[in-house]
Design a protein around this ligand. Structure first.
Ligand SMILES: C[S@@+](CC[C@H](N)C(=O)[O-])C[C@H]1O[C@@H](n2cnc3c(N)ncnc32)[C@H](O)[C@@H]1O
Length: 287
């Protein structure tokens, strides 16, 4: 089995540079902080925070108030994040997402998880942990893209076209890497996973961002953790493959197709007896 923690450690510097260079990526991690209002004083977890792109946007909303726990299992990603963010109300935590409920020292209002959910080997464990970590009525937001969510579209995405071209080049050079992407999730599965683990799916928002350029995509596959199929391929061969794929596809790929993402909003599902209590309490407060 691949060691993704090690691959992310190897990816930290290049991932950070990639994220700062390609604007479409900035949009996805900014948008996740705009789905529900983030209010002053709130306690927020940035789950699988990476080098802190989303953390930065959360911090803009909180100012010097509240608290952000930014958690990631990669030492090098966190090291990079600490270079990017220096604030008293941000605490970086090196830990796997699966341990969220035992690691975060207090109940939180919001857990955000940008561009990472599909990487968790045990979805249920993470969702259970998130539910335990949230305050009553706390919210969990995560997103998935076309590679990991079934939008019901038959059309082959640019990223898939590029992947196919890379695999064909690898085969021509005698490599036979594993070509398995994680199975795509669908809305019903998310709904069921949520209910089973103490959460309720409230909303699934589909967003289209401007398509990535071919150059953007080629650079994306230079990040070791997103291109694990290059792990045992010498650097010079990898570079030559990416150059060939770029030249082959530059006349075939335009930038008009959109990048589709879905953003899920889940709420902590209170047990029925507690949920019943919630209604009169709220009504009382209003009068
Ligand atoms: C694509 S990056 C996204 C980083 C950040 N959320 C962003 O928007 O830039 C994925 C991150 O997930 C982290 N990750 C993957 N699996 C994890 C796990 N089981 N527990 C904690 N972090 C994990 C990786 O170390 C990496 O930093």
């Amino acid at each position: 089995m691949r060691n993704f923690q090690k691959l992310w450690n190897k990816s930290a510097v290049i991932y950070n540079k990639y994220g700062l260079t390609f604007p479409q990526y900035k949009k996805t991690n900014k948008f996740i902080t705009e789905i529900v209002p983030i209010k002053h004083g709130q306690i927020v977890v940035d789950l699988a925070c990476g080098t802190g792109f989303t953390t930065k946007y959360i911090l803009e909303k909180l100012g010097i108030t509240g608290m952000i726990y930014a958690l990631d299992f990669s030492f090098e990603m966190i090291k990079q994040a600490k270079k990017n963010i220096d604030a008293k109300n941000v605490k970086f935590i090196l830990a796997p997402a699966e341990k969220i409920s035992t690691i975060i020292p207090e109940k939180v209002d919001l857990v955000l998880c940008n561009s990472s959910f599909w990487q968790f080997t045990d979805y249920e464990k993470v969702l259970r942990g998130v539910s335990k970590t949230l305050k009553d009525n706390g919210v969990f937001i995560f997103n998935l893209n076309q590679q990991f969510y079934d939008f019901g579209i038959k059309e082959i995405s640019h990223r898939k076209m590029i992947l196919q071209a890379i695999f064909s080049e690898l085969k021509d050079r005698g490599y036979n890497p594993e070509n398995k992407l994680r199975e795509k999730l669908n809305q019903n599965q998310i709904k069921q996973l949520a209910i089973k683990n103490g959460l309720k799916l409230m909303e699934a928002k589909i967003l289209e961002f401007p398509g990535s350029t071919l150059e953007d995509n080629i650079n994306f596959f230079k990040i070791p953790a997103v291109a694990p199929f290059f792990e045992k391929v010498p650097d010079s061969v990898r570079q030559s493959i990416l150059k060939k794929v770029y030249n082959t596809l530059k006349t075939k790929i335009d930038n008009t197709s959109k990048n589709k993402w879905v953003y899920f909003t889940l709420k902590k599902n209170l047990p029925p007896n507690r949920a019943k209590l919630e209604v009169p309490l709220k009504a009382e407060r209003k009068t």
